[in-house]
Every structure is written in structure tokens, then in C-alpha cells.
Design a protein. Structure first.
Length: 648
């Protein structure tokens, strides 16, 4: 969220006139309330036709987004352009609403008025994407449209007969195959709704409850503020879904606290960045990509959430182990103000603020759809928030929640519209299947070569994009290459999902790491590299999905348990080897031996209960790890006792 907004051409040091600001702010708030009402009505009652709902939603969001950008733009011409396009953005939604029956009767064939409206819609899409997300997606849209228009000039299998403006308008605007396709449906049904829930919970103070619970659980341990940062950011991310927004929300508190007990600025920023990116892969929301994945694969949402649970928890656990080892290596102190007393006070005084999340899980368990469950959770929040004066919000506060939700989701909706343009052209021309075929051809039917190529493609295409938009592009462009190899769809989609998100902490983009560095004062690139070291599980675990599908709850109960055990042992072993400390500094040969034993546990062959040789090999690696860990811990404990004895 914040990373996208930071790229807006905004100069808050150049305020507009009071009358202009008041008028535009009022219009923006009205649009935000209208969008919220539309989304909640559609989510709870579901009585609006998909094309009408999606087009109205995008028109309202785009108009509000253009007003927001225009009010804060540096250049006058940009401001006037955005103000001029804002009413244009409203036209397609109103037109499709009023003319829906006529459009259906003529088979979605474009008429001359449709072409003018389509031209205005594309201008809105281009300008909003440019202002909210920069040039990357603009260039991608231009390339897609140029390919659609001039495809007849391309020889060979990648060419086609070419499509005129009428055909493009029919596909991209008058059907659910383009801008108003499935991605926009997920945006209106899930992304905005769950962003609204998260913004509301932050407004009433649930985020602060997460931080204090984490401090109460881990603060009194050695280096406790680092553990608190990892745990609180992961918990907050489950309702946030944006790594950068997570950093600026919790990092302003956790990073100074970590620095106070002895963490270096670079390490403090890296811990916060790695922890904040955990929310993208943790159920129930996963940046709303969980719902998008369920729709694309065609499986229940509960299956996606269950599949994501163990890998997400494994990431958080490995990160906390790494943070604890760093604290031991640096001999850091605990957070003296934290502990069980803080936990008890937090739960007694503000524990009721967790009831909306408890209700969300409960409604999902009893069979409510995710959209209705989210609406009911908001209702529960409205009921419990007035229990104390400090969490009470009035009408102005609710309007602020609507406004902040529109601001945070506007870049995501812009990206979704751009993705709709690209996907529409790919489906129209059939290029999407050819691109996945190209990856398979380059890989030469070698599954590991194809996985590496897929990982690289996912990383590049996902750079800087919001969670849902990154997954959406990769699901269309890259995932078919893996499913053609026979991998289960959920394995293929989880693989590209993870690699589409690693750019949050991985150079050259590393938005979360750079945001954390701006708070900590550490070197941005060093912070990014440290966050990669701490969060290496995000790079490793997608490959384990292929050899240990049990991590995604695929297979027998024994396969699932064995996969979880071996993955945990191997990941913890690698974490220790990377840290170079376990009760004492580890020698070079010990770190190499521990890494080798860990890789043996994670050996790239399938984990099944019917393969005793593989199980024995992994157990051997686990035994070696256990011996090495025992030797290190015993030596560390003995050295500590000797130091104490000498001191006494």
C-alpha cells in the first residue's frame, strides 16, 4: 500500500487552496462511502450482475483515485488532467449499468458510442496506473495492445490476424474477459472488503493489541524486541497483506525498541522487513490472493488457507529462530517493560478488540462465504468498539476508514485493471499458453531447470507489484508451464505466488527493506541483504512444495506429518548454519557440516511414507544435525559456566 502511494507524484509541501482542497476532499470522501456501500451490499446480498458490479466499482475507485492524485500532484497540468479524467472514469460504469440488457442482446458487440467510452476508459486506466504504480505496467499494457493491433505483422506461431478497436472494446470493456474480468471481481468481492476490515481494526486499535501481545509473549527473552517485532508484524500482516504498510505501521515502534537493546540499525530494519513480509503468505487473507487463487484453481477457499498454513508458520518459526540466534550472538538484553504482566493487562483491557478476528474464523468454520464472514466481522467490530471510550469511533471515524481504505486499495485496483488489459489480450490471441510453452522448451523437460526459470520469471514479473496483482499476472503467464509438467495446480500456483512476492525483501526492488532502512537509519542495500538471509525460507520452501507436497496438505496424513517434520528440521539447521552461532560461535567446518546435513534432510526427492530409503537418508541427516547441535550447545553451556565460576 504505502510503497505504491510513495511513488505517486505527491508534494505535500505545496498545498492547494483551501476551497479546492475542501471540495475535492468532500468529493473523495463521498466516493469512498459510495464504494464501501457498493462493496458491502454486493458482498452480503450478491444481487448485482458481475459486469455491472465490477464496472461500477472500478469507475468509483478510479474517479476517487484520480481526485486524490490530482489534489496532491506537483505539476498543474497533472492536476488538471486528473480532475478532467475523474468524471470520465464514472462514464463506463454508468453506461454498462444503463445499457446492460442491450449489450447482452447484441452479443457484446461494440457500437460507435461504445468506442468513444472505451477510449476514455483506456485513458483513465493508463493515467491511474502511471500515477499510482509507475511506468512498468504502462509499458506492459502498451506492449499488449500493440501486439493485439499489429499481430498480423508478426510471422510464425507468435503472430495472429490482428484485432481492431471494435474487437478490443468488446473484449476489454463489454465482457468479463478484460478489465472487468475475474481479477476485478476479486478486487470488489475480496480485496477492498478485507482491506476495509483491516483498516477498521487498525482504527480501533487491534494492531496495538497485536504488538503488546507479542511483547508479552517474547519480550522478556534475550533480544526480545526482535522476537516481538517478528511475531507482531506477522500477526498484523494477516489482516494487512502489504509488507511495506506493515513496516511503516509496526516498524515505527519495534525498530527503535530493537535498537535500544543493542540491535544494529541494519539488523533491526532487516528483522522488521522480513517479519512484515510474512503476512503476505499467512492465512486467512494472504493479501487477498488466497481468494483469487481459489477462484482461478477452482477449489474451496478453505483448501487454499489450509495449504498455506504450514509453509507460512514455518517461515515465521525460522525467522524467530534466526532472530533469537542473532540476539545470543550479540549478547543482547531483553525488553524489561514486557512480559506476562503486559500480556495479561493487554488481554484483560483490550482483548475484546480481537473478537472481530475470532468471529471471522468462526463464521468461516460454520460455512459462511468469505465475503459474508468479512461483513459480519465488521458488524462485530462495530458492536465491540464502543465498549471503551478510547476505541470508540463515530460517524467521522467511519468515513475516515472508508477514505483510508480507498487510498490503500487504489493502487491495487489500478494494477488489477492493467492486468485485465494484459490478460484480455493474452486470452484473445492465445499468447499466454505460448509463453508458458516457451519456458518448458527452454527447460528441456528438466523439471529443476523449469522450476528455476519459473522462479526467475516470477521474481522479475512480480517486482514492486501489490500481492494480488503479482499473483494474478503470474497465474496467467507462468503457472501453466508448471501444470504442463504434471504438478498439482495448487503446487504450481503456490510456487509462483511465493516467488512473485520475494521482491519485497530482495534487491533491486526490496520495497519493504528500504522502508525499514528509512526508519532504522541503516544502509538500504545492506538491510535488504540481511532481510534475505533472515527470510531465506521464502526462497527455499517453494522448491520443497514439489518434493514435499505434504507441506501443502497434499497426500496421506503420514506424508503430511513427515513433510512438516523434515522441512522444519532442515530449515532450522540451515538457519543455524547461516547464523554461525548456537550457544557459542560455530567454526567454519561446523557450519559447513550443519548446512550439508540440513540439505540431506531436504534432499530433492519426493517425501512419501512408502520410500524407506529416502526416509532413512533424511533421518541420517537429522541425526547428524542433532549431534552437531548437542556438541555446540554443550560447549556453549560449559563455557558460560566456566565464565561464571571465574567471575565468582
Amino acid at each position: 500500500m504505502i510503497g505504491a502511494l510513495d511513488r505517486l507524484r505527491i508534494d505535500r509541501s505545496m498545498p492547494r487552496s483551501d476551497k479546492e482542497a475542501a471540495a475535492v476532499s468532500l468529493l473523495f470522501a463521498a466516493l469512498a462511502v459510495a464504494v464501501t456501500a457498493l462493496v458491502i451490499y454486493g458482498a452480503y446480498f450478491g444481487l448485482i450482475t458481475a459486469l455491472i458490479l465490477r464496472s461500477l466499482f472500478y469507475s468509483l475507485v478510479a474517479a476517487g483515485g484520480l481526485l486524490f492524485v490530482g489534489l496532491n500532484a506537483r505539476a498543474d497540468w497533472v492536476r488538471l488532467l486528473c480532475y478532467g479524467l475523474a468524471p470520465v472514469a464514472l462514464v463506463p460504469g454508468v453506461h454498462l449499468w444503463q445499457s446492460y440488457i442491450d449489450i447482452v442482446m447484441r452479443g457484446a458487440m461494440a457500437t460507435p458510442p461504445d468506442l468513444w467510452i472505451f477510449a476514455g476508459l483506456m485513458a483513465v486506466v493508463f493515467v491511474l496506473v502511471w500515477m499510482a504504480l509507475g511506468w512498468a505496467l504502462v509499458v506492459l499494457m502498451v506492449a499488449a495492445l500493440a501486439y493485439a493491433w499489429f499481430g498480423n505483422l508478426i510471422p510464425g506461431q507468435y503472430g495472429h490476424g490482428g484485432y481492431d478497436l471494435s474487437r478490443l472494446a468488446s473484449t476489454l470493456m463489454l465482457s468479463t474477459e478484460g478489465i472487468y474480468g475475474l481479477p476485478m471481481g476479486v478486487a470488489v468481492e475480496y480485496i477492498f472488503l478485507f482491506a476495509l476490515l483491516g483498516t477498521f481494526l487498525m482504527k480501533i486499535g487491534t494492531g496495538e493489541v497485536f504488538v503488546d501481545i507479542a511483547r508479552g509473549l517474547t519480550g522478556r527473552m534475550q533480544g526480545g524486541p526482535g522476537l516481538s517485532a517478528a511475531l507482531s508484524s506477522a500477526m498484523l500482516g494477516t489482516i494487512n497483506g502489504s509488507a511495506v504498510a506493515n513496516v511503516v505501521t509496526t516498524g515505527t515502534f519495534t525498530i527503535p525498541l530493537m535498537k535500544r537493546v543493542g540491535y544494529s540499525p541494519t539488523l533491526a530494519g532487516a528483522i522488521e522487513a522480513a517479519a512484515s513480509s510474512a503476512g503476505q503468505i499467512l492465512p486467512p487473507v494472504m493479501g487477498a490472493a488466497a481468494f483469487l487463487m481459489a477462484e482461478i484453481i477452482g477449489v474451496p477457499y478453505a483448501q487454499i488457507a489450509l495449504a498455506a498454513l504450514v509453509p507460512g508458520l514455518l517461515y515465521v518459526f525460522a525467522l524467530m529462530v534466526a532472530v533469537r540466534l542473532e540476539a545470543g550472538r550479540l549478547n543482547l538484553q531483553p525488553d524489561r517493560d514486557a512480559g506476562l504482566a503486559l500480556l495479561r493487562a493487554t488481554l484483560v483491557k483490550r482483548g475484546y478488540l480481537l473478537l472481530p478476528l475470532v468471529a471471522l474464523v468462526g463464521f468461516l468454520i460454520v460455512g459462511y462465504s468469505p465475503t459474508r464472514a468479512a461483513v459480519m466481522s465488521i458488524v462485530v467490530g462495530l458492536v465491540v468498539s464502543p465498549w471503551r471510550k478510547e476505541t470508540r469511533i463515530g460517524l467521522v471515524g467511519l468515513v475516515t476508514v472508508c477514505r483510508d481504505t480507498l487510498i490503500s486499495t487504489m493502487p491495487i485496483v489500478a494494477a488489477v485493471a492493467a492486468a485485465g488489459v494484459v490478460i484480455g489480450v493474452l486470452n484473445l490471441s492465445g499468447l499466454g499458453l505460448m509463453m508458458s510453452g516457451l519456458i518448458v522448451d527452454l527447460g528441456g523437460q528438466n523439471i529443476w531447470a523449469i522450476l528455476v526459470l519459473t522462479a526467475l520469471a516470477s521474481f522479475v514479473l512480480g517486482m514492486g507489484l501489490p500481492t494480488s496483482a503479482a499473483y494474478l499476472l503470474l497465474a496467467v503467464l507462468v503457472a501453466p508451464a508448471l501444470t504442463r509438467l504434471g504438478l498439482p495446480p495448487i503446487v504450481a500456483h503456490m510456487f509462483i505466488f511465493y516467488y512473485g512476492l520475494v521482491s519485497a525483501i530482495t534487491p533491486p526492488v526490496a520495497l519493504a527493506a528500504y522502508a525499514a532502512a528509512s526508519i532504522s537509519g541503516g544502509d538500504a542495500n545492506k538491510t535488504a541483504m540481511e532481510s534475505v538471509r533472515l527470510g531465506f525460507v521464502k526462497l527455499l520452501v517453494p522448491f520443497l512444495f514439489v518434493t514435499m507436497p505434504g507441506l501443502l496438505a497434499i497426500g496421506s496424513s503420514l506424508d503430511i506429518v513427515l513433510s512438516a517434520i523434515f522441512a522444519t528440521i532442515g530449515v532450522v539447521g540451515l538457519t543455524i548454519a547461516f547464523a554461525g552461532w548456537l550457544g557459542r560461535p560455530l567454526a567454519g567446518f561446523e557450519r559447513i557440516a550443519m548446512a550439508a546435513a540440513s540439505l540431506l534432510v531436504l534432499w530433492p526427492t519426493a517425501v512419501t511414507a512408502t520410500d524407506p530409503a529416502t526416509i532413512l537418508a533424511r533421518l541420517l541427516g537429522g541425526v547428524v544435525l542433532g549431534i552437531l547441535a548437542f556438541r555446540a550447545l554443550s560447549a556453549g553451556t560449559g563455557a558460560e559456566l566456566s565464565n561464571r565460576h571465574g567471575t565468582s
